[in-house]
Design a protein around this ligand. Structure first.
Ligand SMILES: Cc1cc2nc3c(=O)[nH]c(=O)nc-3n(C[C@H](O)[C@H](O)[C@H](O)COP(=O)(O)OP(=O)(O)OC[C@H]3O[C@@H](n4cnc5c(N)ncnc54)[C@H](O)[C@@H]3O)c2cc1C
Length: 397
């Protein structure tokens, strides 16, 4: 008996943000599209994103919000399918959404609204989604096109789109398949690392700061290359919160980061001024006005805090400002892919067309979404990249 062979125009591996968007667009052009995914459900990451409300894009999207070895690469796709185009899709489906800090857009109800919209569009475009499908082998056919051996039989197509995402959250179905396919076809792949991820601390710091677990404070977090102003959060494992997640994507192992816990204040001037007017007041009382008490105790020690302001020398005031506004901390590492929101690195953009996401090396092979070496900041940027890159490939596959 001969095995079943399924012939189609476009095969997409990965039924999530970028793969679904690509399928919708290709289907609209009359292309016969099949999506293969080993997961039991499409769009699992969409459903868990943004705390279940999916931060699906941002009012302000620019190449500066993305990290890549080729910082210009993302510009073309982001300008061809913009945040406004995606918002228009939501409006067509009357999906309610709202804006949060930093122009981030979230669903009012649930991330399900986004996934249901994408699945409805796939249905309109007659896209066939095959779930629980293991990919075993991929071959390029001699006369062009691809053959894919799977647990659901053999598929053949003219175009093949890799939309398998990054390595973050393996329990949600993340695998390195996309990078392996790139390597198989001779595509360079940049080393990957966890991005938008909490820091773990050196053992002595972990012990010291774990009692602050739950404290969140608006801070400026910086390294030599970039700075972010948002909350940091102390956890029982280390440091998290949006400012930490942002800088984690720019962090290199062994690097020290600097944290300003009072970014709006000239602390030296503040303390000198208070010293002249409230000389007999204790430092802990004055700092209690501007910092959580437990944090001040942990960073400065009870002995310093019990001093009155008049007992503080000029040198001592500078030291306090140094501790609180240039707090230097060397993370032990990150929590890794287990909790990371994204994967930095990936398929080298220099071997892809920035307009279509097609491989320069293999005609008909496309890479879209997070598998590509384009990593967005926290704030809806990663989904916008998935929508934009998927849309671009969908115009030509
Ligand atoms: C907890 C969390 C919250 C997030 N929140 C946000 C947010 O609010 N806003 C934002 O912009 N970004 C957010 N992100 C990032 C965003 O989810 C991703 O950047 C985006 O989903 C990438 O889309 P993608 O289609 O490229 O890949 P993915 O969404 O990762 O999809 C890849 C698909 O490929 C399939 N696949 C993988 N390997 C195989 C294989 N071997 N065989 C078959 N199929 C395979 C997977 O099952 C999956 O369906 C969040 C990420 C996480 C983990």
């Amino acid at each position: 008996m001969t095995a079943k062979i399924i012939q189609t125009d476009v095969l997409i591996i990965g039924a999530s943000a970028s793969g679904l968007m690509c399928a919708i667009e290709a289907g609209k052009r009359g292309r016969k599209v099949i999506i293969l995914d080993h997961a039991s459900k499409a769009g699992k990451k969409i459903l868990i994103s943004g705390g279940g409300r999916c931060n699906f894009t941002n009012y302000h999207i620019s190449a500066e919000n993305y990290i890549s070895h080729n910082p210009h690469f993302c510009k073309s796709a982001l300008s061809r399918f913009t945040q406004w185009d995606f918002i228009a899709m939501l409006n067509d489906y009357q999906i309610p959404f709202h804006e949060r800090d930093h122009s981030q857009l979230f669903c009012d109800n649930s991330a399900k609204d986004i996934l249901n919209m994408l699945l409805a569009e796939c249905e309109k475009s007659k896209v066939n989604i095959q779930l629980n499908c293991e990919i075993n082998q991929i071959r390029q056919q001699e006369k062009g096109g691809f053959t894919i051996e799977t647990s659901r039989g053999q598929f053949r197509s003219q175009s093949l789109v890799i939309a398998t995402g990054g390595l973050s959250i393996p329990r949600m179905g993340a695998t390195p398949l996309g990078y392996k396919i790139a390597e198989q076809f001779g595509h360079p792949v940049w080393p990957t690392s966890a991005g938008l991820v909490p820091f773990t601390l050196q053992p002595q710091d972990k012990e010291k700061f774990s009692e602050l677990s739950g404290i969140a404070i608006d801070s400026m977090v910086s390294n030599e290359r970039i700075q972010f102003r948002e909350n940091i959060l102390f956890t029982h494992r280390g440091l998290s919160g949006p400012a930490i997640l942002q800088i984690s994507s720019y962090w290199q192992a062994g690097e020290t980061i600097s944290i300003n816990l009072l970014p709006d204040l000239d602390l030296i001037e503040f303390l000198i001024q208070r010293k002249t007017t409230q000389a007999n007041v204790k430092l802990k009382t004055v700092l209690g006005e501007i910092l959580p008490k437990r944090l001040a105790i942990t960073l400065l020690g009870q002995k310093s805090l019990d001093k009155t302001l008049q007992a503080l020398s000029h040198r001592c005031i500078h030291d306090i400002a140094q501790q609180l506004q240039h707090w230097q901390i060397k993370p032990n590492g990150t929590e890794g892919y287990r909790t990371a929101e994204v994967t930095c690195g990936g398929i080298d953009c220099n071997e892809l067309s920035s307009k279509t996401l097609e491989s320069n090396k293999v005609a008909g092979l496309f890479f879209v979404g997070e598998v590509v070496d384009v990593t967005g900041w926290l704030g809806g940027y990663n989904f916008q990249w998935a929508w934009s890159s998927g849309w671009c490939a969908g115009q030509v596959v």
